[in-house]
Design a protein around this ligand. Structure first.
Ligand SMILES: Cc1cc2nc3c(=O)[nH]c(=O)nc-3n(C[C@H](O)[C@H](O)[C@H](O)COP(=O)(O)OP(=O)(O)OC[C@H]3O[C@@H](n4cnc5c(N)ncnc54)[C@H](O)[C@@H]3O)c2cc1C
Length: 406
């Protein structure tokens, strides 16, 4: 591949998660030279399942990796929600042909590493437009007359054309720009595990996620990795004072489920060991750019995971940002302003909607009965209409043309 980039100094992306890598691929497709600085010794994603909504698949399609992700993922038949106390079905959204026609893509569940891996491969295929650096923790930036100086934890500093902070919920670029400290705990914990498929009762091995909602807790499980494992996530509303992240026992994970019906309890008992995470978020902000520096993904708009859209929003950011940089060739600060103007309302709406699902999923008493009645009487068309604002690809994604660097 010849190397004739539009920029002499690189655009630096701090953080090689799903958002950072997607942005690198998109920028390379518009002939920008990008350096991704990742703090970890290697690129990769720990964790388990990832729900990949149609709007996220539309971004992956646009970047040319959609087919690879879809081949490794499970394209689900439906989304099912049940009441954890009564066992009754309260919501059923079919994800077949009508769904695909409406949103342009199916809904998938995948292993997080498969989505990240597809983007990493695309970055490697985009060399020398994309340069990947590991063991490179970015600690801050200094705005220069022309460009921005990037500082790494090893003391190295180097000039860049612009900086994109894609360094996650505890972003140090955001801290320098916004000064809003640690992300706030929302008062809930998630326990996660992967269960080998042979342990999951045959009757529960369904080609879709099942979500059990109950007072103060919810449980979701679905198959990943070609049905060899089931991703199990248990969210519990509780005080998180003094709670740390790390290993947790079954006794702790199951504590909040007294009085629940048998099936969710039997799924929780399939594993004796869970990983505990404190659920955090930040309130939406009106500005996430500082001249030649901007934020992307969780560093810009971290959200609780109830709506399963955090990675999807990071992916959409990536295309929108590359599209604006392409349109404003060389004027990075203007491009960043246009990008955040387009993205802030959409991502803030997802942040806020996500928090609101806490009340739906974890309702108790009469609120729970109201929730059940409300969702049970909703038609499939009504569900689709209510989901359209988030699941349909925004114009900058739908109009993006995949290309290889020239
Ligand atoms: C329990 C849970 C379940 C979720 N489920 C879903 C789901 O089903 N669907 C969905 O769409 N979203 C989901 N999300 C949200 C999703 O995981 C995140 O929104 C998404 O990973 C954000 O991607 P990112 O690239 O912005 O940040 P991250 O994935 O956090 O990546 C940041 C990267 O930056 C690196 N880094 C950090 N600091 C520095 C530094 N100073 N210098 C250099 N590198 C640095 C990190 O090592 C990391 O590689 C879930 C989140 C949680 C917590």
């Amino acid at each position: 591949m010849s190397f004739t980039p539009r920029n002499t100094l690189p655009i630096v992306i701090s953080g090689g998660g799903i958002g950072g890598l997607a942005c690198a691929v998109a920028l390379a497709q518009r002939n920008f030279y990008v350096v991704v600085c990742e703090t970890a010794p290697q690129f990769g994603q720990v964790g388990a399942g990832l729900q990949v909504a149609p709007n996220a698949l539309s971004v992956l399609d646009a970047l040319g990796v959609g087919d690879q992700v879809k081949q490794q993922a499970l394209l689900i038949e439906r989304m099912l929600m049940k009441d954890g106390l009564s066992g009754e079905e309260i919501g059923d959204i079919p994800c077949g042909e009508d769904f695909i026609r409406k949103f342009g893509n199916p809904y998938a569940v995948a292993h997080r590493a498969d989505v990240h891996g597809a983007l990493l491969e695309a970055c490697r295929a985009s060399a020398p437009y994309v340069e990947l650096r590991t063991n490179s923790r970015v600690t801050g930036y200094t705005l220069l007359d022309k460009g921005v100086s990037i500082t790494l934890a090893n003391g190295e500093s180097f000039p860049a054309a612009a900086l994109i902070g894609a360094d996650g919920i505890r972003s140090c670029i955001r801290e320098q720009m916004v000064h809003d400290g640690e992300p706030k705990p929302v008062g809930a914990v998630i326990y996660r595990t992967l269960v080998p498929a042979e342990k999951m009762p045959k009757a529960l091995q369904k080609p879709f996620p099942t979500l059990w909602a109950g007072p103060g807790a919810h449980l979701i499980y679905y198959p990943v990795r070609d049905w060899t494992e089931f991703n199990v996530g248990i969210t519990v509303v509780k005080s998180v004072e003094g709670v740390t992240e790390g290993g947790a026992t079954l006794d702790e994970a199951i504590e909040a489920f007294a009085g629940w019906t048998d099936i969710p309890l039997s799924v929780i008992k399939l594993s004796s060991h869970y990983q505990r995470y404190v659920i955090r978020h930040r309130d939406p902000i009106e500005n996430w750019s500082d001249g030649l520096v901007t934020l992307l993904g969780d560093s810009a708009h971290p959200m609780v995971q109830y709506i399963a859209q955090g990675a999807a929003m990071a992916l959409e950011d990536a295309i929108c940002l590359a599209d604006r940089l392409d349109a404003n060739d060389g004027n990075y600060a203007k491009a960043f302003q246009e990008y955040q103007k387009i993205r802030i309302v959409r991502t803030a709406r997802v942040q806020i909607s996500s928090l609101m699902l806490d009340r739906i999923y974890h309702a108790k008493g009469v609120e729970r009965l109201v929730r059940n009645a409300m969702l049970q009487e909703r038609s499939v068309e009504e569900y689709y209409d209510r989901l359209a604002w988030v699941f349909a690809a925004p114009s900058y994604v739908a109009n993006w043309k995949t290309s290889v660097p020239a």
